[in-house]
Design a binder for this molecule. Structure first.
Ligand code: 8OZ
Length: 373
């Protein structure tokens, strides 16, 4: 049977030649000071680019207050825009397509990352359970964040708009809004983290409002057909999780569908813990399967897919493309290997976050391995 994973896909205005997507992956290797993407990062992304293949960048803070971990890149300063430009050039040189992921962590930050060492911001002053990752790479319990005032929300939306415009200057092909994994926009969506009494809290409609307003603002910059949204309806990362996700996400997805966005991107809870540990939850619903009927455009599913389950998800129609994280870390030429049914390099978890070239740009390609044999 011909592979569906290697059939073309219309993706907004772009034509993908295959459906093996590089998922957004935090690697904590931006240059300091300033959290600036640099040549090492360009080499890494360039290695992973393929003709007509889609890469979604690691989460990139839209503003200084959006940062929650050390050495994650931003998209708010001129130096960061210039650094990203070298990355988009490297991907385009190989015929690849690259979207930037717009990220604000909200309460999953620590005052050591914040301007003037202020408290992190969030929908409500409710601390997440668990530990923050400080600017000096230490683990300490999350602080109780400061609840945003209603009057501050327009400027938050402007930060997203501005970051989206910066992504354009940096040569990206589009942007993905990070609405998953317990970060700011998901904190607004979910009732455990959002106890507001204004028009951004309470009812499902109100909790969904910020996500929709951000998606509208970003679409004004890019055109909706170059904008995607990532959601994790059944995830539990970073102390997230809605008791009854169905009504909330049914509403959010229906509202997003009205905007005509290029794609919706689910992280399935089979990868929950968001990369922190090896977990493989078998008995959880598939967001892609459940919500597919509500989504008319491209649907990307990610979360612990293997070659056979990826092919199956695309063949069944539950997803149009599959995001791969860990396998893409370890296999710069993953699309080629999957197409050939070739052996995959194993990944090495201790070098996922932070550090330099090791475990980042030194995984061999198939060609390099064969040449060495
Ligand atoms: C793993 C480690 C740090 C950040 C996410 C951006 O969960 C992340 C992330 C994952 O979306």
């Amino acid at each position: 049977m011909p592979s569906k994973l290697f059939s073309p896909l219309q993706f907004g205005p772009y034509q993908l030649t295959h459906r093996v997507v590089m998922a957004p992956l935090t690697r904590m290797r931006a240059a300091q000071p300033g959290n600036v993407p640099h040549a090492l990062n360009a080499e890494y992304y360039g290695q992973r680019a393929s003709k007509g293949g889609l890469i979604i960048s690691e989460g990139s803070q839209i503003s200084p207050s959006g940062q929650g971990m050390p050495a994650t890149p931003g998209i708010h300063s001129p130096e960061q825009i210039a650094g990203w430009k070298a990355i988009t050039d490297a991907v385009h040189a190989k015929g690849g397509i690259i979207f930037l992921q717009l990220w604000h962590v909200g309460r999953i930050s620590h005052s050591s990352h914040q301007p003037a060492s202020a408290l992190p911001i969030a929908p409500s002053a409710i601390a997440a359970a668990g530990d923050a990752f400080t600017a000096s790479f230490e683990r300490v319990p999350f602080e109780t964040p400061r609840a945003l005032e209603t009057g501050e929300i327009p400027s938050l939306i402007e930060s997203y708009r501005h970051a989206a415009a910066n992504a354009k200057l940096a040569g990206f092909d589009g942007v993905e809004i990070h609405g998953a994994n317990g970060y700011l926009l998901e904190q607004f969506l979910q009732s455990r983290s959002n106890q507001r009494t204004d028009r951004y809290g309470g009812s499902i409609e109100n909790r969904t409002r910020l996500l929709i307003e951000v998606a509208q603002a970003v679409s004004e910059v890019w055109g909706a057909d170059r904008v995607g949204v990532r959601l994790s309806p059944f995830g539990v990362a970073n102390d997230s999780g809605e008791e009854d996700p169905l009504p909330l996400y049914t509403h959010a997805i229906k509202e997003l569908a009205k905007l005509g966005l290029a794609y919706l991107h689910f992280i399935e809870p089979r990868a929950s813990g968001a990369g922190q540990a090896e977990v493989d939850h078998k008995d959880v619903p598939s967001a892609a399967e459940l919500f597919r009927p509500l989504w008319p455009n491209v649907l990307i599913a990610a979360g612990n897919f293997k070659p056979d389950t990826a092919e199956g998800a695309v063949a069944s129609g539950n997803a149009d493309a599959i995001g791969f994280g860990r396998l893409f870390i370890a296999n710069p030429d993953l699309p080629k290997r999957l197409k050939k049914g070739a052996e995959l390099n194993p990944y090495y978890r201790p070098t996922f976050y932070g550090g330099g070239a090791e475990g980042y740009i030194d995984y061999p390609t198939l060609d390099a391995r064969e040449a060495a044999e």
